[in-house]
Design a protein around this ligand. Sequence first.
Ligand code: SAH
Ligand code: SF4
Length: 383
Amino acid sequence: MLANLLDHDLEGLAAFCERLGEKRFRATQLFRWIHQKGASNFDDMTDLARPLREKLRGVAQVQPLAVNTEQRSADGTIKWLFDVGGGDAVEAVFIPESDRGTLCISSQAGCAVGCRFCSTGHQGFSRNLSTGEIVAQLWYAEHFLRRHLQRDERVITNVVMMGMGEPLQNYAALVPALRVMLDDHAYGLSRRRVTVSTSGVVPMMERLARDCPVALAVSLHAPNDSLRDNLVPLNRKYPLHELLQTCVAYLDHAPRDFVTFEYCMIDGVNDTPEHARELVELVRTAGPRSNWCKFNLIPFNPFPASGLEGSSAARIAAFARILVDAGLVTTTRKTRGDDIDAACGQLAGDVRDRTRVAGRIARQRTITLKPVTTFATEHEKDD
Ligand code: SAH
Ligand code: SF4
């Protein structure tokens, strides 16, 4: 079988070249052709000696992912569904903004964490993606967009690991992929422009701090353990006090001086003023200073199987106000790509569930989490 060169960071590619009896600097040339120029055909790599190109053809390839579908939203968002074989497909989303271009990519086919409010979670888990499959999403999107927009310079300025899967449950493949994103001979993104989002895999957060400390986003979604146990089942293994301690420790390595908390606003479940006040107390007690974290409120993006609804704009505003008044920097995420189901938590791909996660969530849905509507001000009713 031919080796997939997308599987390697520069160090890995150098080792590969050495095994072929080639000098290490050849790896840099090869790496630049693949990632900076988007080349996949060795014959196009004109500054590599012909015998080397022939040698490479016999043992290696740049293996892209097949694109099943491409959908374009009216707001410019593009979603690709990539075939990863074996009946599985994963999604990546490009989100253009005036000052940046963000690519959201997947780390697994499905996800084993099984969060109640997440479409990927509802699908269950099939398998980890390889480094090459993670990198191939960026490789394809960047070079597709350059051709499409007729641009020579970089189009994708930010990468977020917020597609399908829990990146820190696929650590071994993730770290080399992050190194490719950061490498000046490849995509050259700064550590603050690459974000790993995690539901809170504590031991791997500690390792990421040492191995490759990119920007960290933590999916919090609840201010106490009993609610979080239900929404994010991983909380039963790594409860809030441990999770927050690990976030604070990450600050010593983080590319910026804060950690981002994502908080998905679900109607009647986690969005009351009491929840907001409890959240303020939680992060105030855990953190070393008031501005050690930022909040990103995500309007819940509904999907039919969830049985949940998103909070109203007024309720989100009231929640945000409590956090802001307590001195916490808080933003509310705009939902993009609504017309093509490309928003957070709507990426379902097409996954063969090899676990019982999907069934567990379906059962849990009927028992634990009926939304309790407890709070509505006059103002909200008008909204
Ligand atoms: N597994 C990682 C990264 C992928 S999910 C994690 O959980 O952090 C990316 C973000 O989308 C997470 O914050 C997740 O909680 C959020 N999300 C999941 N389902 C959602 C939904 N239906 N509506 C809004 N956000 C959702
Ligand atoms: Fe997995 Fe993240 Fe979805 Fe939870 S929110 S099921 S961790 S992808």
